[in-house]
Design a protein around this ligand. Sequence first.
Ligand code: GLN
Length: 199
Amino acid sequence: KPQIGVLALQGDVREHVAALELAGASAVTVRRVSELAQVDGLVIPGGESTTIDKLLRIFDLFDPLRAAIAGGLPVYGSCAGMILLADRVLDGAADQQTLGGMDLTVRRNAFGRQVDSFETDVAVEGVPGPPVHAAFIRAPWVESVGPSAQVIATITSGPAAGRIVGVRQDALLATSFHPEITGDGRIHELFVSIVRREY
Ligand code: GLN
């Protein structure tokens, strides 16, 4: 079984641990560099990207994680995790930094405030079967992608139709939404197959 870490500084860590186990991985929490060194892949959960950014620096994980991403570590970022994987952020906090690695520009809180959180079905390239039931919680969207990133999910109806909410770049995967809270395990299965280098 691949060993997949969940960055456990802030955010919905437990839900990702459970979803990864169901998808066939062995899931562990990661808070230290020594733990990071032992995983075959990493999930950066949703939460608050500015807080996770600050904690990454307090825990001395910012530079090691950046280096691991540059070295090809597979990483899946959901919501705040997507923001942290993006090379460029719009509407970020003044001193907000990202780990980067994915050639995309995200817009933070793009769908509106917390009360504008919603659920919808999203077809995701690489995920067979019916669309994924996805929860958006003060989510970012991808404003634009550079040539290295591949769009795998777009909103198809409603006021946000056409907005990009899923991207892939080599071993890096990011979604605006939270698949770990709607009981649809297929995004985690996709990530486990990326970690296994089967995809
Ligand atoms: N709005 C949060 C941020 O900017 C992300 C919300 C989430 O992860 N559910 O980081």
